[in-house]
Design a binder for this molecule. Structure first.
Ligand SMILES: [Fe+2]
Length: 271
């Protein structure tokens, strides 16, 4: 990856940003255990997305400065979640505000990127801003698109990790924060099945129940970018874990087979 002037983060710059992140997160400290748990979920997720992005980055041989840039993006990509929870007491964007935009505002207001050159700061802000969009804007340059894709892959890897274990957890441990407040009924919407059988992307507005959301998450494989990500999703059996929590259905089986064959093909060599 040829990155020229922009897109490089030094070791001290990354340390500064990590310190800023810790201070920022601590500023939301609360005596309410519900708040503490919700915010801890996001801190842990952010740190695991850092691990995942280094994992993918190592396999595609990023240079050190690029790797630090990728890690910086991973660290702050969900920084908007803190203000979102503080002001709205929800992680549901639809009921509050777009957490990516809240994140960009938090980074700007908090001068989080003060020591980083303007071009690189811009890359970080754009990656944060685009990490949850249905599509990356087509008019962005190759460096921005590359890092945004990397961030989106790393983010999805950790969401898969969270959800594939979470769906098996006891009801009492479940939090509406993760489930987007969707009812956990036993149905699956026909509209979602039709959309997936047509290999089209499901939009959040189409979701009617938790099972719809599980199917949407399985279909995220169509939105992954890097071969190591496909390999990790395959090896970690994330799709199987989610599928096993869905009701028996011939149409779901068909979708699952299609998703798995796409995943295997992208992972390469039938692995
Ligand atoms: Fe995230």
């Amino acid at each position: 990856m040829d990155i020229n002037r922009n897109g490089y983060i030094s070791e001290p710059q990354l340390i500064d940003l990590k310190n800023w992140f810790s201070r920022y997160v601590h500023s939301f400290k609360s005596s309410d255990p519900v708040v503490t748990q919700a915010l801890a979920l996001k801190v842990d997720h952010s740190l695991r997305v850092c691990d995942e992005i280094r994992n993918i980055g190592g396999q595609i041989a990023l240079a050190d400065g690029e790797m630090r840039l990728a890690e910086a993006m991973a660290l702050v990509h969900d920084i908007g979640r803190f203000n979102q929870y503080f002001f709205y007491k929800t992680f549901v964007d639809k009921k509050s505000a777009d957490h990516a935009q809240l994140g960009v505002a938090a980074l700007r207001d908090g001068n989080a990127l003060a020591g980083i050159d303007a071009g690189t700061s811009e890359l970080i802000l754009k990656a944060v801003s685009y990490h949850n969009r249905l599509h990356i804007p087509q008019d962005e340059g190759p460096t921005c698109v590359f890092f945004t894709k990397l961030l989106r892959d790393a983010d999805k890897l950790d969401i898969y990790h969270l959800l594939s274990t979470y769906y098996y957890s006891h009801d009492a441990e479940r939090s509406a924060a993760v489930e987007l407040d969707l009812p956990d009924s036993s149905d699956v919407s026909d509209e979602i099945l039709d959309t997936l059988l047509a290999r089209e992307m499901v939009r959040m507005e189409q979701l009617r129940c938790l099972n719809d959301f599980k199917l949407l998450q399985m279909a995220w494989v169509y939105d992954l970018n890097f071969q190591p990500t496909f390999q990790l999703v395959y090896r970690r059996k994330y799709l199987e874990s989610i599928r096993d929590t869905l009701p028996p259905s011939e149409r779901i089986d068909r979708i699952y087979v299609e998703l798995m064959s796409y995943l295997k093909e992208k992972a390469g060599n039938g692995r």
